[in-house]
Ligand binder design. Structure first.
Ligand code: GAL
Length: 493
């Protein structure tokens, strides 16, 4: 598995992106790159923010007993946060009408009722670019004439929540003033505005900082947020460096990025621009990390690219097919990643909306047990992921990474170590029950598809009668009929 940084955006090359797109992107990031370069040149990474709440001595050895600090917890995000965020589609080009219209659109198109309640401002809401020691942190009065509290009040009046962005450095990735040295003050300001979620981003300001320092700056903000007594979910955004998953829950982070930024690609050869991760890169990156996640603390596979279709003016990537976006969404759900939509939800096409509001898939992500899927089989191009659910059923993803259709077999005894003699199968994209079966189940999986099945133990048939399988929670309302005890080879795409 990859570890640490693979590159950085201020050294990125654009040999694979089209010249035009690379030009747009470079222009958009000029200020961010300059700010990052300035941070590195001026040695800001050893500045005052690093001293904040960092341990004075070297951290204990990995096997030292007990936590380094008493763990912090805000008790929030018992299931992964769901919502929308500005960055992928809009970058710094955000304003009040966009946020109000987005809230209205999410109410009207059913997203709010499907569980997407957070509307999050990413970088670019701030008034000043430059260092915090030279400028205050305020909202941009041109972009947000009524201020941020106005947006939070509006979101709350619609049954939604508002998120905001800052970072522990003197400046953020896009070059705006950060929270360095003002954590308590900023947390109090966010709370007074009615903020419900904070993306706290150290990817640029602390890119090369050692782990105890990064841990320290997140701990400082986490404590400041908890002290406000307002429930504010904390996203520790450190691009998956210094093994964030090992310590982020202990400092009270509710989710943490496991990798560098996502691009709008399903399977790009290598890392686009020597920096970005595509969907398959992120799935690979998360293998083995599932043990760090659970209710209140989640691995974050980054924002959802469903619906971007390669058309974001800011983000690199050629887009993905509908099947690939579904696979991405299904896998993020299986892996208990936060589901933060990046596309413009005011203009979602029908396929994207159908994907994002599939309640049977969302139910996997929001399951109360909070156990992310593990990869139980790796046959190269075909991989099988399995997730235990609170009602005793299991969700299974049959992922075909290859370019040809594959027949994939799932056997509960062999693949899931379940002592089930008979089992029912529900296809969560076709919304169809099958079985019960008493032998392995084989199905076709097309290229780049993840077939998502929910399996449950079927009762033994009463003597002389055929049986129907009991339907698990999310599948209720569509009881399966009695079916022959044969494994079905489905090919009904
Ligand atoms: C990056 C982060 C992105 C976005 C951006 C804003 O560091 O990974 O998700 O927040 O900063 O400048």
């Amino acid at each position: 598995m990859r570890d640490r940084a693979l590159g950085s955006r201020n050294t990125r090359v654009s040999t694979h992106a089209s010249a035009a797109r690379a030009q747009v992107w470079r222009a958009a990031l000029t200020s961010a790159a300059l700010a990052l370069a300035a941070c590195l040149v001026t040695g800001l990474v050893t500045g005052p923010a690093f001293a904040a709440d960092a341990p004075a001595a070297a951290p204990p050895a990995a096997n030292a007993p007990g936590p380094h600090y008493a763990p912090l917890s805000n008790g929030l995000a018992q299931t992964p946060p769901m919502g929308w965020i500005t960055w992928l589609q809009f970058a710094e080009d955000i304003n009040e009408p966009l946020i109000l219209q987005t809230i209205d659109a999410m109410v009207a198109n059913g997203m709010r009722d499907a569980g997407y309640v957070y509307v999050n401002l990413d970088d670019g809401w701030q008034r000043y670019k430059g260092e915090r020691s030279k400028h205050p942190l305020e909202f941009d009065p041109v972009k947000f004439p009524h201020g941020i509290k106005y947006l939070a009040d509006y979101a709350h009046s619609k049954g939604m929540k508002l998120g905001i962005y800052s970072g522990p450095g003197e400046s953020t990735c896009a070059g705006y003033t950060g929270s360095a040295g003002h954590e308590v003050q900023d947390a109090a300001m966010f709370a007074s505005w009615g903020i419900d979620h904070l993306k706290y981003d150290s990817c640029c300001s602390h890119k090369d900082a050692p782990q105890p320092v990064v841990e320290g700056v997140f701990r400082t903000m986490s404590k400041a947020l908890i002290a406000t007594k307002r429930p504010i979910v904390l996203n520790a955004c450190h691009c998956g460096w210094v093994n964030t998953w090992e310590w982020a829950a202990g400092v009270g982070a509710n989710h943490w990025r496991i990798g560098q930024d996502i691009s709008d690609d399903f399977d790009y050869p290598g890392n686009r621009e020597k920096y970005y991760f595509d969907v398959l890169d992120l799935i690979d990156r998360g293998v083995g990390l599932e043990k760090y996640a659970g209710p209140g603390h989640w691995n974050d596979y980054d924002m959802l690219i469903v619906g971007l279709d390669g058309k974001s003016p800011w983000l690199v990537g050629a887009g993905a097919s509908n099947v690939e976006y579904r696979t991405h969404f299904s896998m993020w759900s299986m892996l208990d990643s936060p589901l933060l939509v990046g596309a413009d939800v005011r203009h979602l096409d029908a396929d994207s909306l159908e994907t994002l509001t599939n309640k049977e898939i969302i139910a996997l992500n929001q399951d109360a047990l909070g156990k992310p899927a593990t990869r139980v089989r790796d046959d190269g191009l075909v991989q099988v992921f399995a997730k235990e659910l609170s009602d005793g059923s299991w969700a299974v993803a049959l992922l075909n990474r290859g370019s040809a259709t594959a027949d994939v077999t799932i056997a509960p005894r062999k693949d899931l170590q379940l002592e089930w003699d008979r089992y029912g199968v529900r296809d969560l994209w076709k919304h169809k029950d099958m079985g019960p079966y008493d032998i392995p189940f084989t199905t076709e999986v097309i290229s780049h598809e993840a077939r998502i099945l929910r399996l449950w133990k079927a009762p033994e048939p009463a003597a002389g009668k055929s049986a129907s399988a009991a339907v698990p929670g999310a599948a209720a309302g569509q009881a399966p009929g009695a079916a022959p005890l044969v494994a079905e080879r489905t090919s009904d795409h």
